[in-house]
Ligand binder design. Structure first.
Ligand code: PMP
Length: 406
């Protein structure tokens, strides 16, 4: 084992001391949202106590502090993703809003009748529905990369789907339902060779593996702050600067304009053009603190430790009679998805909750991929670096008790 000091990081997360049903909280719902370290909670308080102001629009001290904090956070995000500059970072509410922004800007500008959009069978509804809406509105076609029985995308089938009408490939880097890590570098290279752009949904990847958008050559990349130990209500769209500058405005309002008359409005360059109105300033600053925190620990160390946890949990669950693990790809991160013979998934979730263990039981906003495996719902424990081997022992023994009581 890697010798990761999990007790030290656990002390950074006040909520991990909570008790649930008289038991210590075990937070295995990290794919839904992550807990927040004290550093993030304190940064939010500090902002409201010492810096709070609207940004950019005033010549007073607090406006300068708030603007510095907000733009500082944009810089941190740029560095974190390996972007060329902070101008490639647009703040949005989350991954969902980011994908909708791109469907309504890039999509409306560059995708027309008869054009094709490719997604994978693994996608979260947030990376399906916006493209369906667009396709229906403009007469484009949505195509789907199939997966094999392990839950990994089929690159050979993908290569066959790409064609002269492919405008965009939009694919998750880590599946929230199965944990599959997709080969996005290969996906991007093949798309570019076919003249298509690629959007990577990083909602589930950024907290588990090191992302470098330039090394990947991703055209667009989105993620949500709340899934990487930051606040809710803040997320990011990364786009190559030249591409962002080609995008039409989405929402109109203050901040996104250069000059307004009743006859004609001139717009700012990206990213301001895509950030109409007062943004979520404090939570952007909180996200910056979360990224600082993650980088202090180091994503390589996090990935190594989480991989040990995942292997351990996979091994433990796989040994339970009547338990079927769904998603067995060689390359996985954080997520375990299973059904237990003789039990509805909500019953398993409720039994775990009685032991203080939080998991998601449901369709995980990814119905197509669950149906591919013949199920409507699964039980989904999902891990983060503050989880322990002991917590996994408790998970496995609780599920095993259910299985043998049947
Ligand atoms: N994509 C994936 C892969 C996700 O897991 C999620 C959240 N479950 C989203 C997109 C949407 O993120 P949000 O709800 O934060 O906008």
């Amino acid at each position: 084992r890697s010798g990761f000091d999990v007790q030290a990081v656990r002390r950074d997360f006040p909520i991990l001391a909570e008790r649930v049903n008289g038991k210590p909280l075990v937070w295995f719902d990290n794919a839904a949202t992550t807990q927040k370290p004290k550093a993030v909670i304190d940064r939010l308080s500090y902002f409201y106590e010492h810096e709070n102001s609207n940004i950019h629009r005033a010549a007073h001290e607090l406006a300068a502090r708030a603007t510095d904090a907000y733009e500082g956070a944009r810089n941190k995000v740029a560095r974190f993703l390996g972007a060329k500059s902070a101008e490639e970072i647009v703040f949005v509410r989350g991954a969902t809003e980011g994908i909708n922004l791109l469907a309504n800007t890039f999509g409306r500008q560059f995708i027309g009748e008869g054009d094709e959009i490719i997604v994978s069978h693994l996608e979260h509804h947030a990376n399906i529905v916006p493209w369906q809406l667009l396709a229906n509105a403009v007469g484009a076609k949505l195509k789907v990369i199939p997966v094999d029985d392990s839950g990994q995308i089929r690159l050979d089938e993908y290569a066959r789907l790409l064609g002269p009408r492919t405008r965009l490939v939009s694919i998750t880097q880590v599946s929230n339902a199965l944990g599959t890590v997709t080969p996005v570098a290969e996906v991007i290279a093949l798309a570019h060779a076919a003249g298509a752009r690629v959007l990577v949904d990083g909602a589930q990847s950024v907290s588990h593996l090191k992302v470098d958008v330039q090394a990947l050559d991703a055209d667009f990349f989105v993620f949500s702050g709340h899934k990487i130990f930051g606040p809710t209500g803040i997320g990011v769209v990364y786009g190559k600067k030249a591409l962002l500058d080609e995008l039409p405005p989405w929402q109109g309002g203050g901040n996104m304009i250069a000059d307004v008359t009743f006859e004609k409005t001139l717009y700012q360059e990206a990213p301001a053009r895509l950030e109409a109105g007062t943004g979520n300033i404090a939570d952007a600053v909180g996200l910056g603190a979360a990224l600082d925190y993650v980088e202090r620990i180091g994503l390589e160390r996090i990935a190594r430790y989480e991989h040990e946890l995942l292997e351990y949990a996979t091994h433990g669950l796989a040994g339970i009679p009547g338990l079927r693990l769904i998603g067995t790809a060689a390359d996985k991160a954080s997520v375990l998805s299973f059904v237990l013979q003789g039990y509805r998934t909500e019953e398993v979730g409720a039994a775990l909750n009685r032991e203080g263990i939080a998991v998601r039981s449901g369709h995980h906003c990814a119905q197509p991929i669950l149906r591919r495996f013949g199920v409507e719902t699964t039980v989904r424990p999902s891990l983060a670096f503050y989880n322990t081997f002991e917590e996994i022992d408790l998970l496995v023994s609780t599920v095993r008790r259910l299985a043998t009581r049947r």
